[in-house]
Design a protein around this ligand. Structure first.
Ligand SMILES: Cc1cc2nc3c(=O)[nH]c(=O)nc-3n(C[C@H](O)[C@H](O)[C@H](O)COP(=O)(O)O)c2cc1C
Length: 380
C-alpha cells in the first residue's frame, strides 16, 4: 500500500488532523517526540499571539495498539484551543499575498472567511504530526531529517551543509533555529525592526537528510523522480515560492567542472556503505531522480507574511470601494516554524520513497528488505 498523508481541519475549527496510510505494522509511536516537533513549529522568534494561545500536542485517534501501528490507517489529531469557527468575523478586505481574493473569486464569495479558515497555515501542525511519524519510521533505519534556517530577510547564515546533530542543537539554542550564532542575533534584530514598523519578513530554510540509502526514487517516470517529489512537497508549504536541491539555481552559473561531484572509492564503509566517495555534494544527494548515498539537501524560499499591521491597499469585496487590507492577529516572521514544516514534508517524501524500495507489511519485513540491500551494497 502506498504511503500517503492527507490532512483536514481549519484554523478555528475543532483541530487539525492527519490521516497516514501505508505504514508498516509494528512502528512504535513516540508521541512525546512528535509533541517536541509540534512545539518547535509553534516557536521561533517572530511568531504572533496565536501561538501563545495554542499548546499543540498530538492525539492518536486510530491505527495503534499498545503504542505501535497495526497496519491500518493512522489518524492523528492536534486540537485547537482557539476553536471559534462559527464566531469568526467576515473577511471582506482581501490581504494582498494571502488566499483571500483568489479564493473569493474561485468560490464566488464576497466574504473570504471560509477560504481563510482552510487556507491558514494552522494546517501545517497536522503535517508536522504526520512528518513526526515519517521521521520515527526513518529513524528505525538510521535516517535523520532535520530543518534549519539559512536566511531571514536580508540576513544570511554562513552557508555550509549541517549535520543532524548540529541542527538539533541550533533548534534548542537559537531563537530563529539558525546554526550560525552571529547571524541568529542579527536575524532577531531584523524581526524586531520589521515588527516595530508594522512589516513582515520571509527567508530561506534548508532540510538535510542524513544516511538516506542510495536508490530511493526513480529515473523512470517524471513524477517518480525524488527531486521532483521533494520540490512539490516543499513548494506546497504556504508562502513557499522557490525550492532548490543541492546547488539549485546556483548550478546554472557554474561550469560543469565546478558543478558536478567527482567520484572516488574508499573511505569509511559505515558512513558510505556503497564504497563510493564524492569530492563534494553539489547535487544535494540526488542524481537522475535517485538518491546517490550522499546527504539529501533541499532548500525552500518563503515569502514575507501577507498580513501586515500597516496594511497595503485593497478593495472591499462588497462595495468594490478602495479600502485598507484586513488586519488580523498574525506572525511577523514564521521562517523558523517553516523550517520544521519543511523538515516534515521532506521526511514524508523520503519515507514514502523508502517504503517503495524497502516494502514490507510489517516493520520487520521492511527491515529485512533494507538489510539485504545494504549488505549487497557492502559486499560489492
Ligand atoms: C508556519 C507558517 C505560519 C504562517 N503564519 C502566517 C500568519 O500568521 N499570517 C499570514 O498572513 N500568513 C502566514 N503564513 C503564510 C500564509 O499561510 C500563506 O501566505 C497563505 O496561505 C497564502 O498562500 P501562498 O503564500 O502560498 O500564496 C504562514 C505560513 C507558514 C508556513
Amino acid at each position: 500500500m502506498t504511503f500517503t498523508v492527507k490532512t483536514a481541519g481549519e484554523s478555528h475549527g475543532g483541530g487539525v488532523y492527519a490521516q497516514v496510510e501505508g505504514l508498516p505494522l509494528g512502528l512504535t509511536l513516540d508521541t512525546a517526540y512528535i509533541d517536541r516537533l509540534l512545539r518547535d513549529r509553534q516557536g521561533g522568534h517572530g511568531r504572533g499571539g496565536r501561538m501563545k494561545v495554542e499548546q499543540d500536542a498530538v492525539t492518536v485517534l486510530a491505527g495503534v495498539r499498545n503504542g505501535a501501528t497495526i497496519g491500518g490507517p493512522l489518524l492523528l489529531a492536534v486540537t485547537n484551543r482557539d476553536a471559534r469557527i462559527d464566531q469568526t468575523g467576515e473577511m471582506t478586505r482581501p490581504r494582498p499575498g494571502h488566499v483571500d481574493l483568489a479564493g473569493a473569486l474561485k468560490f464566488g464569495l464576497t466574504d473570504a472567511r471560509p477560504i481563510t479558515e482552510r487556507g491558514s497555515a494552522r494546517e501545517t501542525a497536522a503535517r508536522v504530526a504526520a512528518g513526526g511519524v515519517a521521521k520515527l519510521l526513518l529513524r528505525e533505519f538510521g535516517v535523520e531529517v532535520s530543518g534549519h534556517v539559512l536566511a531571514i530577510g536580508g540576513v544570511r547564515a554562513v552557508e555550509a551543509a549541517r549535520g543532524a546533530r548540529e541542527i538539533l542543537a541550533a533548534r534548542a539554542a537559537s531563537p530563529v533555529y539558525c546554526c550560525d550564532a552571529e547571524a541568529s542575533a542579527r536575524m532577531v534584530a531584523e524581526i524586531d525592526l520589521a515588527r516595530d514598523e508594522g512589516d513582515t519578513l520571509g527567508g530561506v530554510v534548508e532540510v538535510v537528510c542524513e544516511n538516506a540509502p542510495p536508490g530511493l526514487g526513480s529515473h523512470a517516470q517524471w513524477n517518480a523522480r525524488l527531486d521532483a517529489r521533494l520540490a512539490a512537497a516543499v513548494m506546497s508549504i504556504p508562502a513557499f515560492k522557490g525550492v532548490e536541491i543541492g546547488l539549485g539555481f546556483g548550478a546554472a552559473a557554474r561550469r560543469g567542472s565546478r558543478a558536478h561531484d567527482a567520484i572516488g572509492v574508499g573511505g569509511d564503509r559505515r558512513a558510505r556503505p556503497s564504497g563510493f566517495t564524492r569530492g563534494s555534494n553539489h547535487a544535494g544527494g540526488i542524481e537522475g531522480g535517485i538518491t546517490n548515498g550522499e546527504p539529501v539537501i533541499a532548500r525552500g524560499a518563503m515569502k514575507p507574511i501577507a498580513t501586515l499591521q500597516r496594511p497595503l491597499d485593497s478593495v472591499d469585496l462588497r462595495s468594490r470601494a478602495p479600502a485598507a487590507a484586513a488586519v488580523e492577529r498574525s506572525d511577523v516572521c514564521a521562517v523558523p516554524a517553516a523550517a520544521v514544516v519543511a523538515e516534515a514534508m521532506v521526511a514524508i517524501v523520503i519515507a514514502g520513497a523508502f517504503l517503495e524500495k524497502f516494502a514490507g507489511d510489517s516493520l520487520a519485513q521492511a527491515r529485512g528488505s533494507f538489510e539485504r540491500f545494504m549488505s549487497d551494497l557492502g559486499a560489492r
